[in-house]
Design a protein around this ligand. Structure first.
Ligand SMILES: Nc1ncnc2c1ncn2[C@@H]1O[C@H](COP(=O)(O)OP(=O)(O)OP(=O)(O)O)[C@@H](O)[C@H]1O
Length: 250
């Protein structure tokens, strides 16, 4: 069953139409990669999945996006509840300028968790989940901004995990990182998919083919082709897909 079901989505920034009749099924406990040239709508679609676009003035969306079969754009849908279920990690690691501990407990505290024992347990569980516990367990009071870029990104993943989401959205999560940190994040996401549904935007074709189960190829605000990653990369059905993955354009 699909965790997310995107149906006939058109999205406008004022007069400009950024997404055209997008349809996509995102299966549970799999990694779905969004690929395509710059400006084709990948970030726009990923941000629609937790209604981040609500914050952009003049942004209008038509169609529906179902999370567990419920339309997240329906009237009175609880956006706070949605953001709890759908966590996000951005391109640039963006830990808050505070301790590692406070970064991880920030979300749970805003959701009303105050018990120190519960928070301590969540910190350990989230940092372990993001494969950074061993590196920081003796330094939880240290400012998160003093860590390396790759460590900061794993802190951001831990911060997202701490509110116990069901879906993780990752918008080019490794593009600011060195190859070793990139490899760590790639290894991590393949473990995380056992418990989470992951959607990842990437410009790195090797990354998409290494880690994702399914791939959607975007061009000019439309999905040209979608399917199993293995198939998209070895036997694409559309010429535009083939040209893109073989580096002939984009
Ligand atoms: N806030 C905005 N207001 C107006 N237009 C926007 C806004 N955000 C994005 N766009 C436009 O929508 C289109 C899709 O942008 P989007 O950021 O989704 O592309 P992308 O595929 O993620 O690109 P990249 O790979 O460079 O991040 C582009 O033409 C962009 O200029």
């Amino acid at each position: 069953m699909s965790k997310l079901s995107i149906k006939n989505v058109d999205l406008f920034y004022g007069e400009f139409q950024a997404l055209h009749n997008v349809n996509l099924e995102i299966p549970k406990n799999q990694i779905t990669a969004f690929i395509g040239p710059s400006g084709c709508g990948k970030s726009t679609l990923i941000k629609s999945l937790n209604r981040m676009n609500d914050l952009i003035e003049g942004c209008k969306i038509k169609g529906s996006i179902l999370l567990d079969e419920e339309n997240i754009y329906k009237k009175d849908f609880d956006v706070n509840e949605l953001r709890k279920k759908v966590g996000m990690v951005f391109q640039q690691p963006n830990p808050f300028p505070m301790s590692i501990y406070d970064n991880i407990t920030y979300g749970p505290r805003t959701h009303g968790i105050k018990d120190k024992k519960v928070l301590d347990a969540l910190v350990e569980k989230s940092l372990r989940g993001a494969a950074i516990w061993e590196e920081v367990k003796n330094d939880l009071k240290k400012n998160a901004l003093s860590l390396s870029g790759g460590q900061q990104q794993r802190i951001c993943i831990a911060r997202a995990l701490a509110v116990e989401p069901e879906i993780l959205l990752m918008d080019e999560p490794t593009s600011a990182l060195d190859p070793i940190s990139t490899a760590k994040i790639e290894e991590l996401v393949t473990v995380l998919k056992e418990n989470y549904t992951i959607v990842m935007v990437t410009h790195n074709m090797q990354q998409a083919s290494r880690v994702s189960d399914r791939t959607a190829f975007f061009l000019n605000g439309k999905i040209v082709e979608t399917g199993e990653t293995r198939k998209i990369f070895t036997n694409p059905q559309q010429k535009q897909t083939e040209d893109y993955i073989s580096g002939r354009f984009g």
